[in-house]
Design a protein around this ligand. Structure first.
Ligand code: B1M
Length: 210
């Protein structure tokens, strides 16, 4: 599809208006919201990530790409969340302390909402106290944590250890995710599950609240 290739370029160039337009055109052509998300936006951001890693793109450019991606996600969000059903559970989610990456977390939020969860999104840079306060206030079934940096992912263990220490670890299903994590890490920090992507987060969440 020519338009999808064009959108990868537009995302790379941080062109928000073009991304918004591209998303709308694909939807008009009958594409499902999840297909637009995966093939046009997530794939485009993957390409950006490769060149960021290789020093071809820098933070300002990647910020523009992220901003363009968010413009597209804003259109898809209500479509993905369109279930109309009663909530099947509640989730508190946030990116851990020291980490400001939020695109993946936002996708997880969208997919969880689409699967019928009520989601309380704490945003980025959350301390142990931020998580604890939110758990106390919202009493969710699931706590979700996101980390995109190898330097911030160990903080997930700090949070889980705090839950254990307070004797409330078993009150919640703890799901973790983010590009640098893996199954083994999830086990090592004491999470209930590691989620490779937003789709597996929602299917794991659905399976675990039942
Ligand atoms: Co950052 N950054 N970044 N960055 N950035 C990465 C993560 C990096 C891998 C790039 C690279 O070098 N290749 C690298 C980390 C290296 C490492 O730790 N080993 C990196 C770096 C180094 C940095 C800075 C330190 C750069 C600098 O300042 N020199 C800095 C750190 C800032 C900080 O956090 N303190 C930084 C900054 C930024 C921007 C601000 C420019 C921007 C973020 C904008 C934003 O989020 N609002 C940015 C971006 C965009 C990226 C890349 C290019 C893309 C991340 C992304 O959005 N991916 C990224 C490269 C990469 O990951 N390949 C990179 C798309 C998203 C859909 O995927 O987030 O993986 P992802 O989420 C997936 C799954 O992981 C999973 O589901 C999602 C959807 O399928 N998932 C979960 C995620 N969270 C989950 C939680 C769950 C479940 C599943 O809970 C249940």
């Amino acid at each position: 599809e020519e338009l999808v290739a064009q959108m990868h370029d537009d995302l790379y160039d941080g062109l928000k208006d073009e991304i918004v337009e591209g998303v709308n055109i694909l939807l008009e052509r009958g594409w499902g919201a999840d297909k637009v998300l995966t093939e046009a936006l997530v794939e485009g951001m993957r390409i950006v990530g490769v060149d960021f890693r290789d020093g071809i793109l820098f933070v300002p450019e990647v910020l523009l790409a992220a901003n363009a991606m968010k413009g597209g996600m804003a259109i898809l969000r209500p479509l993905l969340a369109e279930t109309g059903a009663k909530p099947i559970g509640k989730m508190v989610i946030g990116t851990v302390k020291g980490d400001i990456h939020d695109i993946g977390k936002n996708l997880v939020t969208m997919m969880m909402e689409g699967a019928g969860f009520e989601v309380i999104d704490l945003g980025i840079n959350n301390s142990v106290d931020d998580y604890l306060n939110a758990l106390e206030e919202h009493k969710p079934d699931i706590l979700g944590m996101s980390a995109l940096l190898t330097t911030t992912m160990p903080y997930m263990k700090v949070v889980i250890d705090a839950l254990v220490e307070k004797g409330i670890r078993e009150d919640y299903i703890v799901l973790v995710g983010g590009a640098p994590l893996n199954e083994e890490f999830g086990k090592a920090v004491g999470a209930d599950a590691y989620c490779r992507d937003a789709a597996s987060a929602s299917s794991t969440g659905v399976a675990m609240v039942q």
